[in-house]
Design a protein around this ligand. Structure first.
Ligand code: ADP
Ligand code: MG
Ligand code: MG
Length: 207
C-alpha cells in the first residue's frame, strides 16, 4: 500500500461513513445515544479536510494525521479509540510503501492501543469484536505470503462476521453496558463501523 492508496482509503472511509451514517446512528439509538453515525461522519469529514494539502513523507504520516484529527474532533468513545487505532498503526509505518506483513504488524499495534485505552477484550460487544478477528485474518494471510489486497479481503469478511456476532452478546464496555442484558439482540455500532473501515480497505486495494 503506497501513500496514494492510503489517502484513497481514508477518503473512502469518509464516503462510507456518509453513506452509512443513518444506519450507524440507528444501531446506536438501540443501545447507546444515537450519535455514532454522526460522530464518524463528522470525524472523517474533518480528516479529509486535514489531509487536503498535507504532504506526507510516508504511509504512516497519513494514518497518524487521521488519528490525531479524530482524537481532536470527535467526542464520545469512538473518536479517541479510532484515533488511537490510526495513530498507533501509522507510527509503525515509516516508509513510502507498506507490504502485507508490515501492515499486519502495524494494525496489531493499532489494536493494542485501542485495548490499552478502552480495556475491552473480545466478547465485550465493542469495535474490538470486529477489529480483532479482522487483524487475525489479515496477519494469517500475510504470514501465508498473500498480498495486502487478499489479506484485506479476508480481514473485511472476518470483521463483518465479527460485527454480526456481537448481536447475541451483552455489552461489558461503553455506554451500551449500562443497559445490562437489554443490550442483547442488537448489533454493536462500533463493530459495524470497524467492518466498514476494513471493507473500504479491501475495495481500495482490490487490483
Ligand atoms: P459514545 O458511546 O460515547 O456515544 P460512539 O457512539 O461514537 O460513542 O461509539 C460507540 C462505540 O464505541 C460502541 O459501539 C463500541 O463499539 C465502542 N466502544 C465504546 N467503549 C469502548 C471501549 N472501552 N473499548 C472499545 N470500544 C468501545
Ligand atoms: Mg453513541
Ligand atoms: Mg455519544
Amino acid at each position: 500500500m503506497d501513500i496514494h492508496q492510503t489517502r484513497t482509503w481514508v477518503r473512502s472511509i469518509a464516503a462510507a461513513m456518509d453513506q452509512h451514517k443513518d444506519h450507524l446512528t440507528q444501531l446506536d439509538s438501540a443501545i447507546g445515544d444515537a450519535d455514532h453515525g454522526v460522530n464518524m461522519q463528522r470525524g472523517f469529514t474533518a480528516v479529509v479536510a486535514a489531509l487536503d494539502g498535507y504532504e506526507p513523507a510516508g504511509v504512516g504520516d497519513v494514518l497518524v494525521k487521521t488519528g490525531t484529527t479524530l482524537i481532536s474532533k470527535v467526542g464520545g468513545a469512538a473518536g479517541p479509540l479510532y484515533g488511537t487505532f490510526f495513530r498507533a498503526t501509522g507510527k509503525q509505518l515509516t516508509g513510502p510503501v507498506a507490504d502485507a506483513e508490515q501492515l499486519a504488524a502495524a494494525f496489531d499495534a493499532g489494536l493494542a492501543g485501542v485495548q490499552k485505552l478502552g480495556a475491552a477484550v473480545l466478547g465485550d460487544k465493542t469495535m474490538v469484536d470486529a477489529l480483532a478477528p479482522a487483524l487475525e485474518a489479515f496477519g494469517a494471510a500475510a504470514r501465508a505470503g498473500e498480498d495486502e489486497a487478499t489479506a484485506a479481503e479476508k480481514a473485511a469478511a472476518a470483521a463483518e462476521t465479527g460485527a454480526k456476532d456481537t448481536i447475541p452478546l451483552q455489552a461489558r464496555k461503553g455506554r451500551a453496558s449500562y443497559l445490562g442484558s437489554r443490550s442483547i439482540g442488537h448489533q454493536d455500532p462500533g463493530a459495524t463501523s470497524a467492518a466498514l473501515i476494513f471493507r473500504t480497505l479491501a475495495e481500495v486495494l482490490k487490483p
